[in-house]
Design a protein around this ligand. Sequence first.
Ligand code: NDP
Length: 454
Amino acid sequence: MPIESFNPYTGRVLRRFTAFSWAKTERILAQAHRAAATWPATTFAHRAGVLRRAAALLRERQDELARLMALEMGKPITDGRAEAVKCAACCDYYAEHAEAFLADEVIKTDAARSFISYQPLGVVLAVMPWNFPFWQAVRFAAPALMAGNVGLLKHASNVPQCALALEKIFHDAGLPPACFRTLLIGSDLVGKLIADDRLKAVTLTGSEGAGAAVAAAAGQHIKKTVLELGGSDPFIVLADADVALAAKTAAKSRMINSGQSCIAAKRFIVEKPVLKEFISHLKTHLLALRTGDPLDEATQYGPLARPDLADDLTQQVEDSVKQGAKVELYGGQAKPGAALFRPMILSNIKAGQRAYSEELFGPVALVLEAKDADDAVRLANDSRFGLGAAVWTQDPKKGEQMARQIESGAVFVNGLVKSMNELPFGGVKKSGYGRELSYLGIREFVNQKSIWIG
Ligand code: NDP
């Protein structure tokens, strides 16, 4: 893929970038490696100061950052500002808590004193996607930098300006430049970087294919990985639920980032008695949403990030309809090659259809009918993915019981699935492994060293 800013709303190329050569990439890696020897010697208070200044800059520059996201990947401007503010909160969170999260942990053994000490690994590569160009990168960088690691960012090839803007924020905040660098490289150089001894670990957010390729390379060189891949999150609505509120939340969840979110609800598994009512409410909410220029304050959903993503989604929908899915709400692309994709609802989703087994990364709500709560859990778990899930019921005990049965990294009962600084975020099955955020996230890229003193 060329490294270029392409505006999916206007269809125009905004800027092209020359990809870094291996020689340039290797020079940056060498600088990062040197920085990894000195950065951990700084105090937590010093690192927290840098992160707090980065947070302030993220808030100060939210208009500029939101504009970049709108232009490069079609995110509505109001959502872009919210993303910048969320990133700021993540920097503040780790500035405040990192020291406690990584404090020595005394463990009683036969030693006079024994404890776990958490020490940084060194240079960590982050391979990141375009859907939340700042958030995905910051939720890696904030804990990594606080732990004393050094970050290299290989961002998706369609968001180079966002990647450079984030690098500038950290540098302007006083971070030594070599501690966080954006590499304008294609995925072809990722394997070479992973093979280099100076690079210690890698984290990837993106598709299953990209995750498998990066994990295979890391495995060959015995390097730690964290993978946050796709999801086809179930959203279960039991007959006793507040159906109107569930449907309103369902629409909001499905339309996060114009439908392009790993934790958007994708499969709506509804008990038969409330199926019609749920679809009717969902339709009303989806039809009420406004699309338009992502730079317009009134726009609620924009085009997909790239026309090819819309073409692929159309193919998934068409194949599923041929395989028996029923269109409840017509939308989709106006014509092939258009990035705008209007919301759709498909019902009668059954095993054997593409929509049943694949992730649909765009505004298509899939409705499955469940006979009862057990059947709903069975359908929820009949998926290769396991990222997030939601259960809607007026019976919290039942909700909790189902939450324990669902195979996923998170379950929200009567609420919108979201990422939060306090709770670990990640998946099971093909949604990946490892955790981001919370105290668990900052402990992924550290040596959890046992020290035994006799
Ligand atoms: P990709 O997974 O291809 O891209 C994500 C990142 O991985 C990008 O930086 C990309 O670089 C890089 N990458 C891709 N292939 C490799 C590889 N073989 N080795 C190393 N790095 C690689 O996502 P797409 O943009 O193609 O989106 C396709 C699908 O991915 C979506 O439809 C969705 O299912 C899933 N996705 C999931 C996301 C999530 O949040 N979990 C986010 C985005 C996408 P480059 O851009 O240079 O190719």
